[in-house]
Design a protein around this ligand. Structure first.
Ligand code: TYM
Length: 346
């Protein structure tokens, strides 16, 4: 009889540099959870190729993102760190879950609509079924908690729906396999928390900070040096009013709201505390303080990332060892999944 153990799973795509949105929306929680939970952190290279990637660049990006994971403070002695494609169970389970998920469910995914753009017929099938692979990533480890930014909420709701439908569709076989409570696939809980679950562009407070924005000034990359970080913060768009003294005053002021949220998340303080200190004052004073804080927090991450990029053998070893540990968890679950759906497992 398998009991449900608390287990964290999350991942990031190796497509370009990690940025402040990835850091504040997800990574900060990943780091904290290492001390309280069993954690599995994945570099989702199979998701990356839903849009064509140059193979040489992809290989480099996988190592770079892993280096950034480590530089941010993920510790391979505490967490399992690996790349998705080394554990074939992800792809295998995704096939089964693709037979459980309904086309209507996928048609509602807003990220597919955004990423595919106007010509949906020309998007890859992989981009369309992307959330099914994401569901397999999570439920394939019977993970209970998934720390992510706000933009992944809909994908996680879909993962829950798929897990629940699988448990219903195969209820008798699941009971027969010894799951008395009927829960073979565990519906994961989204863990979306903190003052910066949706970090916005530094150039436009109504747009999400993203690696695909053509303007590099729109984001702080985790590899930016101190001068670049300070310059981007000082150039960040603001409005003409001073900062408000309480959080309600941020309504309708997307840039002020975003910068205050970023400060609060980086400092580990509440937005109200930040406004108690800087509210009523000029933006320039606040921006200088934010630039100093961002340099202090992100500067060392960039330095450490560069150091690790110069040691690819070490980074590859982390991925290899992580993959072995991940496979050891995923393989027996996959074996049960095969039996439950009625395949012959010899
Ligand atoms: P990805 O690579 O787009 O982003 C990685 C993480 O960063 C968060 N994030 C943000 N948070 C706040 N503000 C932003 N501007 C911002 N931009 C990105 C994302 O929410 C995410 O947590 N589909 C996922 C990867 C994935 C995954 C998984 C995640 C694949 N399988 C299983 C969790 C569990 C993605 O594309 O993330």
């Amino acid at each position: 009889m398998a009991t449900i153990v608390p287990r964290v799973f999350s991942g990031m795509q190796p497509t370009g540099n990690l940025h402040l949105g990835n850091y504040l929306g997800a990574m900060i929680n990943w780091i904290h959870m290492q001390d309280t939970h069993e954690c599995i952190y994945c570099v989702v290279d199979m998701h990356a190729i839903t849009v064509w990637q140059d193979p040489k660049e992809l290989r480099r990006a996988i190592l770079d993102v892993t280096a950034a994971y480590l530089a941010c403070g993920l510790d391979p002695r505490k967490s399992i760190i690996f790349n998705q494609s080394q554990v074939a169970e992800h792809a295998e389970l995704a096939w089964i879950l693709g037979c459980v998920a309904r086309i209507g469910w996928l048609n509602r995914m807003t990220q597919f609509k955004e990423k595919a753009g106007k010509d949906k017929e020309a998007a890859s099938v992989g981009l369309y079924t992307y959330p099914v692979l994401m569901a397999a990533d999570i439920v394939g480890y019977r993970a209970t908690h998934v720390p992510v930014g706000e933009d992944q909420k809909q994908h996680l709701e879909l993962a829950r729906d798929i897990a629940n439908k699988f448990n219903l569709d195969y209820a008798d076989a699941i009971k027969a396999a010894g799951f008395a409570d009927g829960v073979f696939l565990v519906p994961p809980e989204p863990y979306i928390t903190g003052p910066a679950t949706r970090v916005m562009s530094l150039r436009d407070g109504t747009k999400k900070m993203s690696k695909s924005d053509p303007s590099d000034l729109s984001r702080l990359n985790l590899t930016d040096d101190a001068d670049t970080i300070a310059r981007k913060v000082r150039k960040a768009k603001t409005d003409t009013e001073p900062l408000p003294t309480a959080a309600e005053g941020l309504k309708g002021r997307p840039e002020a709201d975003n910068l205050t949220g970023i400060y609060a998340a980086l400092a580990g303080e509440s937005v109200d505390k930040v406004l108690a200190q800087y509210g009523g004052g000029q933006f320039s004073v606040f921006k200088n303080a934010l630039a100093d804080l961002a340099v202090a927090k992100l500067g060392p991450v960039g330095e450490e990332t560069k150091r690790l990029q110069a040691d690819p053998a070490y980074v590859e070893r982390v991925l290899r060892e992580g993959s072995e540990r991940a496979r050891a968890i995923a393989a027996p679950i996959m074996r049960q999944a095969r039996e439950i759906v009625g395949f012959i497992v010899s």
